[in-house]
Design a protein around this ligand. Structure first.
Ligand SMILES: Cc1cc2nc3c(=O)[nH]c(=O)nc-3n(C[C@H](O)[C@H](O)[C@H](O)COP(=O)(O)O)c2cc1C
Length: 177
């Protein structure tokens, strides 16, 4: 199947990217087609709640970098949300992209599977991010294929020593194409 990973970290080659790439490796080995989109540097405005999408077949009125991601979503069977924890939640970059998916909610999503990759400096900081993910996926009737958390990511690159690296890889590997 086709899998789109949205990496919400602004830091290049950071822990989120390391975990996203481990997931990609496993998922590709299992025969899936995977694209990792790094949101850093992209211009993605917040949803305007204008509901232009509701009267324009799911098209968003804002002509920014989200247009490309909305087009990719039309060809994606599974969406993976990958983020560091910022103040006990996902990053603003990833949340902005999720909010803009409202455009597709107006016409229905092609994808029906999802997963979540989180990492953080501390431990026990995932409640808000996981609650939002579970509520959203349940509301949209997406099948949750798994959640991986990597606590204690103190340094850039800590993820290379985390057991979560293998867990992200194995989650990808478990996905039959
Ligand atoms: C603005 C900001 C807020 C953060 N907030 C938290 C937090 O609430 N809890 C936590 O455990 N780590 C927090 N962290 C640490 C990051 O989650 C952690 O360093 C993560 O591994 C960074 O991922 P990256 O390497 O992909 O940038 C924060 C970091 C930043 C820059």
């Amino acid at each position: 199947m086709r899998i789109l990973v949205l990496n919400g970290s602004p830091r290049a080659n950071g822990n989120t990217e390391i975990l996203s790439e481990a997931f990609r490796k496993g998922a590709e080995e299992a025969g899936n087609e995977v694209e990792v989109v790094n949101l850093r540097g992209k211009k993605i405005g917040g949803c305007l709640a204008c509901k232009y999408c509701f009267s324009h077949g799911g098209q968003c009125v804002q002509q920014d970098d989200m247009q490309d991601i909305l087009a990719k979503l039309d060809e994606t069977d599974m969406l993976v949300l990958s983020s560091p924890i910022y103040w006990f939640d996902i990053t603003a970059q990833l949340k902005a992209a999720i909010d803009r998916m409202y455009a597709k909610a107006s016409v229905g999503f092609h994808l029906d599977k999802t997963a979540l990759l989180l990492n953080s400096g501390a431990d026990h900081v995932y409640d808000a991010a996981i609650a939002q993910y579970k509520a959203m996926t349940s509301y949209l009737k997406w099948e949750d294929k798994g959640i991986v958390t990597a606590p204690n990511m103190v340094e850039k690159g800590s993820a290379r020593q985390s057991p979560a690296l293998q867990q992200a890889y194995e989650l990808g590997l478990s996905l039959t194409a």
